[in-house]
Design a protein around this ligand. Structure first.
Ligand code: SF4
Ligand code: SF4
Length: 344
């Protein structure tokens, strides 16, 4: 058991294998792991499988709670039988998550859990999962977390916060869930000292300087309300409407529910959907209130920076940069924000 200390505890990097071995006795662990095309979340059985010196994973972790495809129920209308699918859950740890992704999960919690009825599929997975966050020492060039209310050491959504200090980790439990993790691990640690905190603050300051704030986000939000701004048309000329930006985004959460039926039996399936697709808003009458890419792009940006603020009090962009990295025609959301803020 790791004792609770006021400033947190220090774990020597050489003890990481022991930490992971101890955690695997209680939890299924997923963490960043090196693959051919960058880092992805993978099941971790020993510390060597972890790649903690990463920028961010290609896919966000939202699929752990809100899978790309999931079966909700089975039915047989001949037998008049139906059965709800239950997610298979077991105690799980997301280890080494970046702060922006943990913050995004706290936003998804608002979407799926803050109103009645809660989403039972999301809730079961979420309740079984704890999050150990790793602060960023070297943010990627596409990161802009500090512009949108996040940061390299943002704690929201994390149960434990970890900071890499040279050859040691500073770890601090932030929630009762984090303290429970500490009670379940058997590894030698030392109490953190005020010198460790100075070292940590120095690393965080350096990381913040690497992620430059590039725009006054409040000014941008004021201008955003211009539904007829010329920037929407400009964006529509470039965007392919492929939806990749929404699939990679850790906060995008639109889905479709379809029935897959064979004769009289079938299953009801939920799959990720995207506001960038024309079918997303197509009415049965044939009318489409968002007929073109211009309207759909406007919806995507308005949802993140306007409607989500109105519904949930949060900006649904955490500045992870995934949509910038993966857009096939190099549309950069930072440029969109700047163009709107400067009314270009
Ligand atoms: S909009 Fe882009 S930068 Fe913002 S959270 Fe989504 S993927 Fe990340
Ligand atoms: S990834 Fe780029 S091209 Fe594809 S829908 Fe998003 S902004 Fe448009």
């Amino acid at each position: 058991m790791v004792k609770r200390e006021r400033l947190g505890v220090i774990l020597s990097e050489s003890r990481l294998p022991e930490l992971i071995a101890s955690l695997t006795e209680t939890y299924r662990i997923f963490g960043p792991s090196k693959k051919d095309d960058g880092e992805s979340f993978a099941a971790i059985h020993k510390s060597e499988e972890l790649a903690l010196d990463y920028g961010n994973t290609k896919m966000s972790p939202k699929g752990f709670f809100f899978p790309q495809t999931e079966s909700l129920m089975w039915y047989d209308s001949a037998d008049k039988k139906a059965k709800q699918d239950k997610p298979e859950v077991q105690p799980t740890l997301l280890f080494g998550l970046r702060p922006c992704d943990a913050l995004a999960i706290s936003y998804l919690d608002k979407v799926f859990l803050s109103n009645e009825p809660q989403d039972p599929y999301y809730r079961q997975r979420r309740e079984a999962t704890k999050i150990v966050c790793l602060a960023c020492n070297s943010p990627s060039p596409t990161c802009f977390c500090t512009t949108v209310g996040c940061g390299p050491d943002s704690e929201k959504g994390a149960d434990i916060m970890m900071y890499k200090l040279n050859d040691r980790y500073l770890m601090k439990a932030l929630t009762p869930g984090g303290e429970e993790i500490f009670t379940n691990i058997d590894v030698e640690t030392e109490p953190a000292t005020s010198q460790d905190i100075v070292e940590k603050d120095d690393l965080v300051n350096k990381a913040c300087q690497m992620v430059k704030r590039f725009v006054d986000i409040d000014e941008f939000k004021e201008k955003l309300n211009n539904f007829q701004g010329p920037w929407w048309e400009k964006l529509a000329q470039k965007c392919l409407g492929c939806g990749i930006c929404t699939y990679f985004c850790p906060t995008c959460h639109c889905f479709d529910v379809t029935d897959e039926v064979v004769k009289q039996s079938g299953r009801r399936v939920r799959t990720w959907d995207s506001c960038m697709y024309p079918l997303f808003t197509l009415h049965a009458s044939g009318h489409n209130p968002r007929p073109g890419i211009k309207e759909r792009m406007r919806q995507r940006i308005m949802h993140k920076f306007n409607y989500a603020v109105e519904y949930y009090g949060e900006t649904f962009c955490v500045g992870c940069g995934r949509c910038i990295i993966h857009c096939p025609v190099n549309i950069d959301i930072r440029q969109i924000i700047m163009d709107i803020a400067e009314e270009r």
